[in-house]
Design a protein around this ligand. Structure first.
Ligand code: ZN
Ligand code: ZN
Length: 349
């Protein structure tokens, strides 16, 4: 038989806690065998916290809570189990590097009795600079994403916006620099650089080539250190370019993650082909063509369209069968000459 040290009552096992009955324990007992405490390193530049071998960008209170839950066996008496904890009030500095914060602890005793208890948590803080801030400060470059192609300058603003909106990229970037035929994004870490390179290739139509240049050997870790270069080659086709594909002529309408969106110059048929077709050189750009002129449609009859050149005033007739789209008086069309053959296309803008 067990008896309560305070009231002398006979107590069953499940109501007996450290010498007391549950009622007396609630009034007099202390579920803590030891004051809870935590030691953390905090980066004085970015505020991230080093805990359990990792630099975390999490607030201190959530790290303390996690620590209290995980290490409760060390500071609670045997019958007590911690089921939750919340801070009450702020963090007070006691002395240099030592802080204290009051927490309310939700406990279950003997797996049966709920109890709330307030206690201070001691927090020892060491200030340092995290490796990421160190790398930034020393401008140690781990990776470079090189975006190259005719459209690089066009997509740069969008890429910068995407970086700004994503801390997973932003925090690892040293700077963005102009480069010939494109721009460079310099990273302090390789993983986010590789992620961004593939994201740009996916979104804007390109492919990624990786090269690694070792700069020195780290004998302690047994690895080569160096700079990873991720070259993102964009498809060099602008909207409106004329290409030859499958022996036919096409106008490029758009380039995106789905591929090349093409419109047939003669039949006006639209197709989308994978970028692989471009990279395997099955799509060739038609460079040597010229615009004969922009014409206004002045009249249309059963077989013919009658056109006037807006600039020179030149008049001409075109068979309707040679115009792959509907026209009416007042429309504007453009005549392109490719390999000495004339093509009528829509005039936009
Ligand atoms: Zn009692
Ligand atoms: Zn930092």
């Amino acid at each position: 038989m067990k008896y309560c040290l305070n009231c002398g009552r006979e107590v069953s096992d499940e109501d007996y806690v450290n010498g007391y009955c549950i009622d007396c324990f609630r009034k007099l007992g202390n579920p803590f065998a030891k004051q809870p405490s935590i030691e953390v390193k905090v980066c004085s530049k970015c505020g991230s916290i080093f805990y359990k071998g990792e630099w975390l960008q999490e607030n201190l209170e959530s790290i303390i809570r996690r620590h209290l839950m995980e290490t409760q066996g060390k500071f609670l008496i045997g019958p007590a189990e911690l089921v939750g904890a919340e801070p009450v009030g702020g963090i007070q500095e006691v002395s240099r590097g030592l802080y204290v914060q009051k927490w309310v602890f939700n406990l279950v005793l003997n797996g049966k009795h709920f109890m709330q208890f307030e206690n201070n948590v001691n927090i020892t803080v060491t200030r340092t600079v995290c490796p990421r801030c160190m790398a930034r400060a020393s401008k140690r470059i781990a990776a470079v994403v090189q975006v190259r192609g005719l459209r690089a300058s066009v997509i740069r603003k969008d890429v910068e916006k995407m970086i700004e909106a994503n801390a997973g990229f932003n925090e690892y970037i040293l700077d963005i620099e102009d480069a010939q035929n494109g721009f460079d994004i310099r990273f302090i870490d390789q993983l986010p650089a590789r992620k961004l390179a593939h994201e740009i290739a996916r979104l804007y139509g390109g492919h990624v080539k990786e090269t690694f240049k070792s700069t020195r050997y780290d004998s302690r870790r047994g690895v080569w250190l160096g700079i990873l270069t991720l070259s993102v080659r964009l498809v060099d086709l602008a909207e409106g370019s004329i290409v030859r594909y499958n022996g036919e002529l096409w106008v490029v309408k758009r380039v995106d993650e789905k591929g090349l969106h093409l419109e047939n110059l003669v039949s006006m048929k639209s197709i989308t082909i994978p970028l692989a077709e471009y990279w395997s050189e099955r799509v060739s750009v038609v460079e040597n063509y010229y615009v004969k002129g922009v014409y206004e449609v002045v009249a249309v009859d059963k077989a013919m369209a009658y056109l006037v050149n807006s600039e020179s005033g030149e008049l001409r007739e075109v068979m309707l069968s040679n115009i792959p789209f509907q026209i009416k008086q007042g429309d504007y069309i453009k005549i392109l000459v490719i390999d000495d053959k004339e093509y009528v296309v829509k005039h936009t803008g």
